[in-house]
Ligand binder design. Sequence first.
Ligand code: NOJ
Length: 530
Amino acid sequence: MPDWQWWQRGVVYQIYPRSFQDTNGDGIGDLRGICERLDYLVWLGVDAIWISPIYPSPMADFGYDIADYCNVDPIFGTLGDFDRLIAEAHGRGLKVILDFVPNHTSDQHPWFRESRSSRTSPKRDWYIWRDPKPDGSPPNNWISNFGGPAWEWDEATGQYYYHAFLKEQPDLNWRNPEVRAAMHDVLRFWLRRSVDGFRVDVIWHLMKDPEFRDNPPNPGFQPGRPEIDRLLQIHSTDQPDVHEIIAGMRRVLEEFEDRVLIGEIYLPIERLVAYYGQDLAGAHLPFNFQLIHTAWNVRELSTLIDEYEAALPEGGWPNWVLGNHDQPRIAARVGAAQARVAAMLLLTLRGTPTMYYGDEIGLAKVEIPDDAVQDPWEKNEPGLGLGRDPERTPMQWDSSPHAGFTTGKPWLPLSPTYAECNVERMRSDPRSILSLYRRLLALRRERKALSVGSYRSIGVFGTAFAYERTLGAERLIVVLNLTHEPHLVDLSSQGRLRRVLSTCLDGEGDLVEGTLDLRGDEGVILESVG
Ligand code: NOJ
C-alpha cells in the first residue's frame, strides 16, 4: 500500500484568527486563544489547522494587506506566541498551515514605500508601475476585485500602480527576480519555524499579461453582480507562466520535509487542474471550490464529482472545500438539515477535505447591521450582498455573554442563536451537528477507505446519489438524500450491507437488504458485509 502523506490522509480546519478565541478582551481573537482551543480541535478530530493571516497589517483587508511578512501583528500576539502555538499543536499531533499572501503587500510595507518614493528607487520595479495613456487615463481597463479601477494614480511620481484588490494592496511584480528571492526567503523564515505548509492567497493572480492588454467584456454579465464580473479576467489572471512561479515556491518547500503547498484558485475544473503543475511540480492541493458554486441537487453534484475525478492528472491528489472566510456559510446556503448531509459529503469524498471553523456547529449567516459592517468589499459595493462579514463572525463556545469568545466587545456581532448554537451545548447532545462532525471525523480516521480509498460513482436514485469508497477488502457505500423528501433507494445489486453511520445518528449496525429507506435530509454510510 502506498505511503500516504499527512496532507492526503488528514482533514484541514480553517481558523479565521480574528474570530476564533480572544484572550485579552479586545474583542479580536489571538494566537493564545487558538492555543487554548487546541484540545477542542483534537477532540473534534481534525489533523491540521490553516490560520488566515496573522502578520503585521493595517487591516484594510483584515490581514490580507501585509506590512511585514516575518512577524506577528500585535493584535494577534508575538512571534513567541506563534512559536508556542506551533510547539503546542505539534505536541498534540496537529499540523499548522499558514496563509501566504504573495500577490500583493500593504501600501504600508517598507518595500512599497520605497518603491513609490521615486521612479529611480531600487524597488520601483518590485511593484507594477505604468505610465498613463496620453489622455491621462489608466494604462488599461482592468477592474479591482473589490470594485472600481485597478489602477491608482500616484501624483508624486506621475505613474499608476496596479492593485487587483484594494488600492491599499499594491500587486508585487513577480517578473522581478529580486521579488521572487525575497518571497522565497519569507517562506523559508516560516518553514524554519516549523510550519507545515502554506495556503497561498490568489495564486492564479501572480502573473499578468506582459503586454497588459485590456480584458474583454463578459457577455454573461448580469446587473447586481460585482463590478469585477463586467470583464473576463483573461489577461489579468491565469497566465501560462504562473506555473513556473508556483514550481519555484514548491522547490523551496522541498528544501524541507513533509510540507504542503495549497493554492487558492477560483477557476473552472479544466483550468484548475493545471495548477498541479507539469509533472505534479505545482501545488500539492489546488483548492477545489466547486462544491461552493454548484447547485445543491443530485444531478449537478454527482456530475461535478465525476468530472473532477476524471479531470485530475495522474497522481494528482483531490481536495474538497465547502466554505471559507470569503463565501456564504454552507448552513446558510443549503439550510440546517442539508448542512448535515453536506458534512457527510465533504468527509466521505476522495481527497483532502478543508472545513471552515463554525461549520461544525452549523453556524449560519449572521445579519450585520449597517453600522457594524467591517468588510471593505461591502463598503465599496454596498447592497449587492457581497459582504463577507456574515461568515466571519466569532466562534460560539458556550452560552455565556459573547459566547465565550471574548470578555470585551466582539469585533463582529455574534449570531443571536448562540445560546443554543455553541460548542458546549452541542457537545453534550449526541444528535447535534457537532456530534455528527466528530463521528464522521473519527470514522474517516478509522476507515482508511474513506480517506485514501478509491472512489466510484454508483449512480443517481431520484433525489439521492450513491458512491463507493474502497481500500483493499474494505468497501463503504455513501448514500445522500439532497432533499427533504424521503426516498427508497434500491441497493439490491450491492450485496449485503450494514449501516455504519447516518446523519440522523441512529440505526447503526442495522442490516440493509435490497432497499434503503432513506429519510428526508438523510445521508448514510454503509459497509459491505459480503
Ligand atoms: C483572497 C482572500 O481569501 C480574501 O479574503 C482577500 O480579500 C483576497 N484574497 C485579497 O487578498
